[in-house]
Design a protein around this ligand. Sequence first.
Ligand code: GUN
Length: 291
Amino acid sequence: MILLDGKKTSADIKEEIALEVTDLKNRGIKTPHLAAIIVGNDGASITYVNAKVKACERVGFESTLIRLPEDTKEEDLLNEIAILNVDNDIDGFIVQLPLPEHINEQKVLMAIDPDKDVDGFHPTNVGKMALNLPTFISATPFGILELLDRYNVVTSGKHVVVLGRSHIVGSPMSILLSQKRKTGNATVTMCHSRTKNLKEITLQADIIIAAIGIPEFLKADMVKDNVTVIDVGITRLADSGKKSGFRLVGDVAFDEIAKKSEFITPVPGGVGPMTIAMLLKNTLLACQRNR
Ligand code: GUN
């Protein structure tokens, strides 16, 4: 069994990006600048967005964090987006999700200039991704592709089973892995809550991407020997034995499946750490494209 180490891989990527930033600085070229808007006081979102800003600082990017109150009007948020869209100093920006209920998420995402949409959530960028055109691939699918690539996991001709059809993970993963690309050319089956005979399907999989948000859903008797498993799930389960009061659990029963697998991602330390690294990569890409 080989562990797909997202913590180490993301550190490697950040180091590579930092070297590129040093090179830009040495050549007197403006360094990438990422902005993030966060609306409200959701603890997990604040922690996550702070981690993104800190990661920018570590690689030498400029960063701007815009904090807006919970009761911000949709119109005011759209105004902030319009300002960032035309600010030449900002290469890319994100609006942290989820948004308060009174704000229409789709309207907000569609207001972002696709050339600055480093989250890759704008329909223009989702469409380009589906057509295999140059775009920003959103952080989680991009991170999974990068992890598979860096560990030389062969996907060509393999049967990939994707569990979950979310817009953020399941759907783009199934599209990307079936495309004619280096980490692609797979035969993909996408499964969801209405899928019948799921175990029959997962038992045929060479690679399983689990992104359904049900802790330890995938069990050892559902996979064949030498399977590769990518666990996108991350659920907090109460655990009085932990200082934090919880432990993080993926969608995969790790201990029992690890014994049968060729490659597997841990939780935490697998897909999760890759996402911020890929956001930075998209910001660097935006900077290079827009200049
Ligand atoms: N909330 C959770 N993950 C993400 C992400 O990747 N981008 C944004 N904008 N919000 C999120």
